[in-house]
Design a protein around this ligand. Structure first.
Ligand SMILES: *Cc1c(COP(=O)(O)O)cnc(C)c1O
Length: 374
């Protein structure tokens, strides 16, 4: 099948977002954390999948957690009536009015934000939900234990509806400090006697620290079927499904001779006479330039069974193209479909071959790549 056959423009690259996989992954999270409500984390345009796709596939979530208030506005405009959490709270006091109009819940992680909320006159009789964030050892955002308890009392006195929140630095690794256990201990001490619902777990904690979930879990990466550790086997074992599929086509083929070099820098040298496929996908599409020789690309075999084979990248990824070794795919021709990542090629594997993690690749999908929501 040719991707370009369905489209008006001819450059054959396409990201497909499979919303039924979103739905499936959300249900898996419900199985893993049956007692918790779910904030589906959709920051960075739903990790590159578009908010529109997230809304379509994750409509049964309890709430959406995001950073940018414009995204909250967009969700309300599209009729979303469930909860919305601003994960970093207000960036300025001026955002308060809009946040309230949009009925957003707010993270509060700093003394400045506590002051903004204290001085705000809430004339509506609707209580505002606050997720007060404790720095329990990650040392990125959050109030220190001693500041935390005072902030809790101050905001409580000002009429806000409080929740406890913290974030784990190492829920995906053992033997790294601070451990989930150490952070939980800090959390327990800081919140001791302060009765409020809690929000603790990110994806890795949902998968591997079932004792550290809290009343609201905050899954991000696992919703997208990508591994928090970068190891794709974790996703298979957890029965999660990739949501994004990035495909393109072979736009040209080179027959090269033994000893010939390919691409910028001539990084790859042919060990024998071979066929090279040129794919319409490069780093300006969000494909990592760091991808090493051997990074897998799936090539459609062009038979009725819909089978295909893995053909490795050979040569440096350039801005608009990359090149693959077609020795295993004798039937591949111009117009043959390839998958850069998705069901056949885990984005985790591409990331691993590129010295990064799946998070970075899906978030970096370029705006020039057309997206189809299925
Ligand atoms: C991004 C984020 C999450 C989601 O993390 P994943 O590792 O993608 O599950 C959860 N909580 C906070 C505060 C975040 O910023």
């Amino acid at each position: 099948m040719s991707l370009s056959a369905n489209r008006l423009i001819n450059r054959p690259i396409l990201a497909t977002i499979h919303t039924e996989a979103f739905h499936h992954n959300l249900n898996r999270i419900r199985d893993l954390a049956p007692e918790s409500k779910i904030w589906s984390v959709v920051k960075a345009k739903a990790y590159g999948h578009t908010l529109e796709a997230a809304l379509k596939g994750l409509g049964s979530t309890d709430g959406f957690a995001l950073l940018d208030i414009a995204d909250a506005e967009w969700l309300r405009g599209r009729g979303w009536q469930g909860r919305i959490l601003l994960l970093e709270g207000l960036f300025s006091s001026e955002e308060m009015k809009l946040a309230i109009t949009l009925k957003c819940d707010l993270v509060v992680h700093s003394e400045k934000q506590v002051q903004w909320l204290e001085s705000y006159q809430n004339h509506s009789n609707q209580p505002i939900n606050i997720f007060l964030k404790l720095n329990s050892g990650m040392n990125r955002l959050g109030l220190r234990s001693d500041e935390y308890r005072t902030a809790f009392h101050r905001l409580h006195a000002a009429g806000y509806h409080l929740h406890h929140m913290t974030h784990f630095a190492n829920a995906d690794q053992v033997e790294r400090s601070p451990s989930v256990g150490e952070q939980m201990e800090c959390f327990g001490l800081a919140t001791d006697g302060l009765d409020a619902p809690s929000s603790l777990a990110n994806s890795a904690a949902i998968l591997w620290h079932r004792n550290a979930l809290g009343d609201w879990v905050r899954p991000g990466i696992m919703l997208y079927g990508v591994s928090p550790t970068g190891v794709h086997a974790d996703i298979v074992r957890s029965e999660l499904q990739p949501v994004m599929q990035l495909r393109s086509e072979i736009i040209d083929i080179q027959d090269i001779r033994k000893g010939d070099h390919i691409g910028y820098g001539g990084r790859y040298q042919a060990p024998e006479d071979m066929r090279i496929g040129v794919i319409a996908c490069g780093y300006a599409d969000g494909y990592p330039r760091q991808a090493a020789d051997g990074t897998p690309v799936w090539v459609d075999a062009g038979d009725a069974r819909g089978d295909g084979m893995i053909c490795p990248i050979v040569g440096q990824v350039s801005m608009d193209m990359l090149t693959i070794d077609l020795r295993e795919a004798p039937n591949a021709k111009i117009g043959t479909t390839v998958e850069l990542w998705g069901n056949e090629v885990p984005v985790d594997d591409v990331a691993q071959m590129s010295g990064t993690i799946g998070y970075e690749l899906i978030c970096a999908l370029a705006t020039r790549v057309p997206v189809v929501i299925k």
